[in-house]
Design a binder for this molecule. Structure first.
Ligand SMILES: [Zn+2]
Length: 383
């Protein structure tokens, strides 16, 4: 999976928030540049600036084609009942950010195949338009741009079908292995491993071309390979983490009993009586009746100017309870982890029947992953 952090939100389409990964800017710019560079050869006789306009238009159409490819994945996923939280465009087309997993290999296959199928259809449509333009003899420049769009969409489809995750072909491979052996997790890990193999082949091929004299083509190929290698590795780590933490609930990981701090004390007293006296760095804050009203962390304390610490009540410095991320005690820790990254210094309060019963920090989860991995590899000193 591609980390959403590396991308920026650009708007909504069909009710889905669309984000753009930085690699898209690289690819669109490279395509505009290379198109503007080759057009004078395929369609000579136009002013220089017009080639740049045509190159820009072609690249913009390509970005639209990438988006269509991605929406095809998202629409199929949504039809299969998998919630889609948005789409992110990236180097190889995009990723639909799914809030769930395919339940059957068939669904996984249809979801994966939808994108390349759409890109191939676009290639066919652009090809037909190019043929019609060519026959009419209207504008060799427009014909060249549309022909280029047909070729690039076909290349995108074929490239995405390479059998290694996170490429679509890797997802198709996963669906096949899942169907064959019945184990979705093992199939996903194999598909991610295949992704690394495909990546190494691309890098080797790129380096070979580089030394054979095709500098830009070779460097481009090696770059794509490197990018795929990173993505395949991240995917494998994510799957293995999920597998390591399988069957563990929020209640299993949380720290309890809760060390709470009363909201009426000053921030200054909190620092001396709690932070300095204890080892915790996040405390649920209690109201007058003893119920929990919020959460305070080191970051909150830091935000209070030193001169105001003695007069600021702790409850005022804390994040109110309704804005603190929460998890049900029975919720799988794998889904809770997504909430640990972002809000209130990465803490999640665990509730049971509406009552706060524990707290989870990123280091709780990091320790758990370490311990589970250690246990899984076994003790080498044991006979
Ligand atoms: Zn795709």
């Amino acid at each position: 999976m591609i980390r959403v952090n590396d991308s920026v939100a650009v708007g909504k389409l069909m009710g889905l928030p669309v984000r753009i990964h930085w690699s898209v800017v690289v690819i669109v710019w490279l395509f505009a540049w290379s198109l503007a560079g080759t057009l004078p050869v395929t369609a000579p006789g136009y002013p220089r600036w017009l080639y740049w306009v045509a190159g820009g238009c072609g690249a913009a159409c390509l970005a639209g084609a990438l988006l269509a490819h991605e929406l095809a994945h998202a629409v199929v996923a949504r039809r299969a009942g998998i919630p889609v939280s948005g789409v992110t465009l990236w180097l190889f087309g995009g990723v639909a950010r799914l809030a769930g997993e395919a339940r059957t290999p068939g669904v996984e296959f249809r979801m994966a195949a939808a994108g390349p199928a759409l890109s191939l259809s676009l290639a066919a449509v652009f090809g037909a338009v190019a043929a019609a333009l060519d026959a009419s003899g209207w504008s060799p420049l427009a014909t060249a741009v549309v022909t280029w769009l047909a070729v690039v969409n076909a290349i995108l489809a074929v490239f995405n079908l390479l059998p290694g995750a996170p490429l679509d072909g890797g997802r198709i491979l996963r669906a096949y292995l899942w169907h064959r052996h019945g184990d979705p997790v093992r199939a996903a890990i194999s598909a991610a491993r295949a992704g690394s193999v495909v990546a190494y082949v691309l890098i080797a091929w790129g380096l070979f071309e580089l030394f054979a004299g095709s500098v830009i083509g070779g460097a481009w190929m090696a770059f794509i390979g490197w990018f795929l290698l990173t993505a395949a590795h991240a995917e494998r780590v994510a799957i293995e983490t999920r597998e390591t933490l399988g069957g563990i609930s929020a209640a299993d990981v949380m720290t309890r009993p809760l060390h709470t701090a009363p909201g009426f004390i000053s921030v200054e007293r909190f620092i001396h009586d709690y932070l300095l006296a204890d080892r915790h760095s996040a405390y649920p804050v209690t109201g007058d009746d003893g119920s929990i009203t919020g959460l305070v962390t080191l970051a909150h304390v830091r935000a209070v100017p030193a001169g105001q610490r003695a007069t600021t009540p702790l409850s005022q410095a804390a994040t109110p309870l309704d804005r603190v991320p929460k998890a049900d005690a029975a919720e799988p820790i794998t889904t809770v982890m997504e909430r640990l990254d972002r809000h209130t210094g990465g803490r999640v309060l665990v509730t049971d029947a509406g009552r706060v019963v524990g707290i989870i920090t990123p280091s709780d989860v990091a320790r758990l992953i370490d311990v589970r991995r250690l246990a899984a590899t076994g003790d080498p000193h044991r006979p």
